[in-house]
Design a protein around this ligand. Sequence first.
Ligand code: PLP
Length: 414
Amino acid sequence: MTNLSAFDPATAASLARELTRQREGLEMIPSENFVSEAVLEALGSIATNKYSEGYPGKRYYGGCEFIDEIESLAIARAKQLFGAEHINVQPLSGAPANVAVYSALLSPGDKILGMDLSHGGHLTHGHPVTYMAKIYDFIRYKTTTDGRIDYDNLHAMAIEHKPKMILAGYSAYSREIEYEKVKAIADEVGAITMADIAHIAGLIAAGEMHNPVPLFDVVTTTTHKTLRGPRGGMIICKEIHKKAIDKAVFPGLQGGPHENVIAAKAVAFKEALEPSFKEYAKQIKANAKILEKELASRGYRLMFGGTDNHLLLIDVTPKGVTGAQAEKALDLAGITVNKNMIPDDPRSPMDPSGIRLGTPAITTRGMEEEEMKKIAGWIDEAIMNASDATKLRQIREEVKGMTGRFPLYPNLMY
Ligand SMILES: *Cc1c(COP(=O)(O)O)cnc(C)c1O
């Protein structure tokens, strides 16, 4: 990338430092991943130059014939991946995809029954700090004390509140979801069903988790988490909602689609259709299970009793640290995680009781059982020595030694 480094050495140098950080550390934030070089190439392509408001075959700009090919390819592949009737690949990210669905299918003031944020739900599912919470009336269901979704409570709340929509989907919940139960409850009260599979889309595409697409009215997702594509969003829906969804995305909320991102989505979907992606998804889950076992055996309190997917939510307070302290210690040790609320957390979002960690990115790098065991040991050591800078630096060196054996973008340079 000599053009970049010659013209803008400051930006190039920051990118170079970020590349080194990604190469040397253990990326364990469960919403992150490493895209392939093919995805990067499409993302950085000349498709970024083109305006193409509208949809394939129905654009408001000339010269869209090749852009139409790209977007149609992305749609066809995504349909195949999820067994979908209709797909809109234009949402700029996960949050705008959710907003588009609300605006397509609801009126201001309508009730949405979604999961409580501290029980694993997402900000865009009606957290009071969001603008959406001013427009719609969000009601929250929770998990049981043993950490499963409380379907009886969900049923009772649906009967009591008669929501227009029931929303299933989470960013810090580690268990399988019984979509048939949610659908049966929704049918009983006449609610629209929406699933937000932002975190687990890759696992679902690979057949490694239940797929809500055949059952639910609408399914939203990001494309950059387990699906391992570019940063972006997508809406999957039944044919009957197609018109409303497409109109809500454009012209309802967005202008010109980012066709370079859509090109990168097409590439990522092709990758996800390969048999090797199924192996990848299986390994993500296997790695999370090993971490679960290793950390539980060291006395860690795993929320929801463990994991069926790619992530673990852990209460670290019994170990004498807060979530923020654990995040900081792990950062210094070269292990990137994020602090996170646990169900009904008595602490605050900026310094909660838990940390959330996941295996998608380290699995992309090729790490397996042996590495997971080492990583669990380092996590424990770092948390137990959270204020010992020398110890944390020593772990960081060991981490660097291991990540060096799993090359990341070996030919990339800024
Ligand atoms: C990540 C996530 C989103 C938001 O995606 P962005 O791309 O960050 O806007 C929405 N819903 C869930 C469940 C998520 O995990």
